[in-house]
Design a protein around this ligand. Structure first.
Ligand code: G4P
Length: 528
């Protein structure tokens, strides 16, 4: 086997999906603990503390500094290399989350035992379904009273439309929580409080027939357990690897993240069964992870990670081949070779300069705005990875500057922040307006806040007469010039220099389209 095939097979790249407060941060911390990155566990906690201390979007801002190191966390476990990609927790920032989910090979769903399936989980699950992403489930907070486990699995099956195969089963709950039974190995792992920071998380019995177990938990609990296990067998699905990999069935684990209980069983099963990098579609062909030549796509951009330097880091998921420090790669959209100097890797213990990276890994590439979300890198082949969602803005506002002398900074700030993908920035041909488009209204507040904090510009956003945007293009240059001259009032250029038609009403858009049949009106700027 080649070096690339071997290394690709070891990779497990995933994200955690959950409703806020279900325990994503806590579980991340415990997973890192098993990965030997104990000091990192502390900083995940710190990030969370910062988030609690401030209001919603400011918190996002505060998180930024630390979220760099935690946006991708890599740790070794057994023979595997685990890459955990963080998904932003704010409801209004769904697009970022969607894009992160395009860069993983599987997902872990965390559900609060008392709350069951919540709204955000439903949404994220829909996204996973688009690519049939395999999902494992961790039912958390078993140290508290919650829903009946069998009913909970029913809820997951009916609300999320995925079959459940319990791998562990809880013995009691809340104050009565005694442990879990591993339904595949038959082992019983007892719950002992106060061991939440040790790696060995329980006392283990070989099976429920071990007499020492009954002596330990009592005859009544044993009888109840046997009865329940019979019910479970009848009411649930057995684990089926094929169905799991097809996204049709989810293995389910029970535990308590904060007590580090049930987490190792989950992790062991995860590295054993979760998929290593899978082939990915491009505009021309499918690219397999074992191919020798490097390819990858950018799924996230983060601006101003270091406010002193103003550079942006593009997060690239490696899909095939091997990345070597300092190598040159072909940036397909621009058609240019780029030296990937000082790329970052994301070992959980620290951010490091990347020496090598393999399929499934993520590297961070510093740049000054040449790289966009959705861009593909290869070793020369002209192909582009598909399926990285780009949402058309639905809300438009005009930026209004307090101090006119700061126009340059404002333009720069709007352009750079828009590279992150949550907002889009337009400059009309016929006016000096600066128009920002976004999907969620909170984005305008975030941008105003960041403009002030990162660029020293005080700006506000006011309503503007734009109902919708269409990227326009035309194969015939002459016809396009004609179109441009006639429609200059409604045309803008976006941050990438492409023409966009900003329509004041839907009717106006329709008319414009009818009058220019040779011009294509695209609802999104297609990446690459
Ligand atoms: P999130 O990232 O999904 O938003 O959730 P997070 O891990 O921050 O957990 C949300 C809250 O639930 C935290 O409490 C956390 O301590 C608690 N929690 C996580 N796992 C368990 C568990 O297994 N059992 C119980 N009982 N609680 C759990 P908090 O009060 O918001 O924060 P903190 O002050 O405890 O850090």
């Amino acid at each position: 086997m080649s070096d690339v095939s071997l290394q690709a097979a070891r990779r497990r790249t995933f994200a955690i999906i959950s409703h806020p407060d279900a325990g994503k941060t806590t579980l991340t911390e415990k997973l890192l603990l098993f990965g030997g990155a104990i000091q990192m566990a502390g900083s995940v906690k710190g990030r969370k503390a910062a988030r609690h201390a401030t209001s919603d979007w400011m918190a996002l801002e505060k998180e930024r500094g630390i979220s760099v190191t935690s946006s991708v966390m890599q740790f070794p476990y057994g023979d595997s290399i685990v890459n955990l990609l963080d998904t932003p927790g704010h409801a209004d920032f769904g697009e970022d989350t969607y894009r992160v989910l395009t860069a993983v090979d599987s997902a872990l769903m965390v559900i609060d035992v008392a709350k069951g399936v919540e709204e955000r989980t439903i949404k994220l699950m829909e996204v996973c379904r688009l690519r049939d992403t395999p999902i494992m489930t961790f039912i958390n907070k078993l140290d508290r009273e919650g829903k009946n486990p069998i009913e909970l699995l029913d809820e997951v099956e009916s609300v999320l439309g995925i079959q459940c195969a319990p791998i562990t089963w809880p013995i009691g709950m809340g104050k009565r929580l005694k442990g879990v039974v591993h339904l595949v190995s038959g082992e019983v792992h007892l719950f002992e409080q106060g061991r939440n920071f040790t790696r060995q998380d329980s006392t283990i019995f070989a099976s429920i027939d071990d007499p020492a177990l009954e002596a330990r938990i009592g005859a009544a609990a044993m009888a109840e357990l046997r009865e329940e296990l019979e019910l479970v067998e009848g009411a649930s699905h057995p684990f089926d690897l094929g169905k799991y990999l097809a996204g049709e069935l989810t293995p389910v684990f029970f535990g308590s993240a904060v007590n580090n209980f049930g987490v190792q069983l989950l992790l062991d099963f995860f590295v054993a069964h979760a998929p290593s990098p899978r082939p990915r579609e491009t505009t021309t062909r499918e690219v397999g992870p074992t191919e020798g030549k490097l390819s990858g796509f950018v799924f996230k951009i983060q601006a101003n990670m270091d406010p002193q330097h103003r550079d942006r880091v593009a997060f690239m998921r490696v899909c095939s081949g091997r990345f070597n420090a300092g190598m040159k790669a072909f940036h397909v959209r621009s058609g240019k070779e780029m030296k990937l100097a000082n790329a970052l890797t994301f070992m959980a213990s620290d951010r490091e300069i990347a020496e090598t990276a393999y399929p499934g890994d993520v590297i961070g590439i510093h740049n000054h705005g040449t790289i966009s979300i959705g861009d593909t890198f290869t070793e020369g082949e002209k192909l582009s990875f598909t399926g990285i969602p780009n949402f058309a803005p639905e809300l438009f506002r005009r930026a209004r500057l307090r101090d006119p002398l700061k126009l340059k900074q404002l333009q720069k700030g709007l352009a750079q922040l828009s590279e992150e993908g949550a907002t889009q920035f337009f400059k009309p041909l016929m006016s000096n307006d600066l128009i920002l488009g976004a999907v969620g209204v909170l984005q305008f507040d975030v941008v105003a806040y960041r403009l002030k904090d990162e660029y020293g510009v005080e700006a506000s956003f006011e309503p503007v007469n734009v109902a919708t945007a269409r990227w326009v293009r035309c194969a015939n240059e002459k016809k396009f010039e004609e179109f441009r001259d006639k429609n200059a009032v409604n045309l803008s250029v976006d941050a990438a220099g492409e023409y966009v038609y900003l329509a004041p009403t839907r009717v106006n858009l329709q008319l414009a389209q009818e009058r220019a049949p040779d011009v294509e009106f695209l609802a999104t700027r297609e990446h690459a």
